[in-house]
Design a protein around this ligand. Structure first.
Ligand code: ZN
Length: 372
């Protein structure tokens, strides 16, 4: 069924649910350092050592001294993917481990932040609740640039039950209490299905490298997913306390193959040539083409997303009539000015400062314009 409204959401959208913007990610990743007993502390220490070796900072250097995560991921990817070292100590297999440690810590961090915001329920949280309560779920679809599960969790909190469809062939599954093979799970039939296309992957997805099946898991299972990224041997070498869930879960078709994640990280070199990404991108194209209104929330249209921007441009130019736009952003005036310039420069005169560009986040006025 065609959706008249498509919401294209970036990190600024998830910020309403307590999640960090990209520029604040490093600080959030390193939070376990402040707590001796934090289960993820060994991962933060391991990452500190890597940044010491590769970027010449103290092992306990504060987040503000770290290189950008784009630089970290891009250098890991360019070396590891072509079979090269990054300095004496970091062979390709070590780099792949570092990448997985980074992802494991990220998945947990996103979970921690969401839980904290859920208990605090500040003004931003309530604005996001209002946005979802007013959402016409039958006419709406989402394209998310993020890997977090804020949309899914908010949809689950709606009074009416809904099922979600990632539109990339992902099967709903659960981690059973016995054994180590994931089980298919049909969520209860919802009255409406909400398409949520995630063009960079999702933290609740696991992938089988053998049969290429993608599974998605309930949002509350972040811990199981993050531990899946670390093998038992690696957990030992990292001095992780709880190693029971390490690389535990197996595909239900190939019961001896451990499942893995596929997330397109902050790297400039996004690994998008996997079947679920191909399908997600085609689904994004379909949603955009069929919608009459494109609503951007908390997404700055950065240069690094050139492939996605080309998709948007290509579809905009082939639609008649062209899509209507609404852009909702937030932050200090200088930041919102630069977002305005990005959008106006890219899409042209369809972006009108006084009319469809909202710079104060999810205000009642912005929500009304988006959902109109
Ligand atoms: Zn398989």
């Amino acid at each position: 069924m065609a959706r008249s409204h498509v919401y294209i959401v970036g990190a600024g959208f998830s910020k309403h649910a307590g999640l960090p913007l990209q520029s604040e990610f490093t600080k959030a990743l390193l939070e376990p350092r402040a707590n001796e007993c934090h289960p993820m502390r060994p991962l933060a220490d391991y990452l500190g050592k890597f940044v010491h070796d590769a970027f010449d900072h103290k092992k306990d250097a504060n987040a503000k001294f770290w290189p950008s995560l784009e630089d970290v991921f891009t250098n890991i990817d360019l070396a590891a993917n072509t079979g090269h070292h990054l300095g004496h100590e970091h062979a390709p297999s070590d780099l792949r481990k570092t990448r997985r440690v980074l992802l494991a810590r990220m998945i947990r961090m996103l979970d921690e932040r969401f839980a904290k915001a859920e208990s605090a329920k500040d003004a931003d949280w309530r604005r996001l609740d209002r946005f979802f309560q007013k959402l016409n779920t039958k006419d709406s679809g989402f394209i998310s640039i993020n890997w977090d599960t804020v949309i899914e969790r908010k949809v689950a909190g709606l009074a009416e039950t809904h099922s979600i469809d990632y539109r990339c062939g992902a099967l709903p599954a659960v981690f059973p209490s016995k054994g180590n093979v994931v089980a298919g799970h049909q969520p209860p039939d919802g009255k409406a299905t909400i398409p949520i296309v995630k063009i960079h992957g999702s933290v609740n997805w696991l992938y089988c490298d053998n049969c290429r099946q993608l599974y998605w898991f309930p949002m509350k299972d972040g811990l199981s997913i993050s531990m899946q990224l670390i093998t038992g041997n690696e957990a030992d070498s990292l001095n992780l306390h709880d190693v029971s869930g390490c690389a535990k879960w197996r595909c239900s078709n190939c019961t001896d193959v451990p499942l893995t994640t596929r997330i397109a990280t902050f790297s400039y070199l996004k690994a998008l040539d996997f079947p679920m990404f191909e399908r997600s991108w085609l689904s994004a194209e379909r949603l955009l083409r069929q919608a009459k209104k494109w609503i951007f929330i908390g997404y700055s249209l950065p240069a690094a997303d050139y492939e996605f921007k080309h998709l948007l441009k290509r579809i905009q130019l082939s639609m008649s009539p062209p899509p209507e736009f609404v852009v909702i952003t937030g932050g200090p005036k200088s930041a919102t000015e630069s977002v305005y310039r990005n959008y106006h420069g890219f899409f042209g005169r369809g972006i009108r400062k006084q009319e469809n560009f909202f710079r104060n986040g999810l205000t009642a006025k912005a929500i009304a314009a988006a959902q109109e």
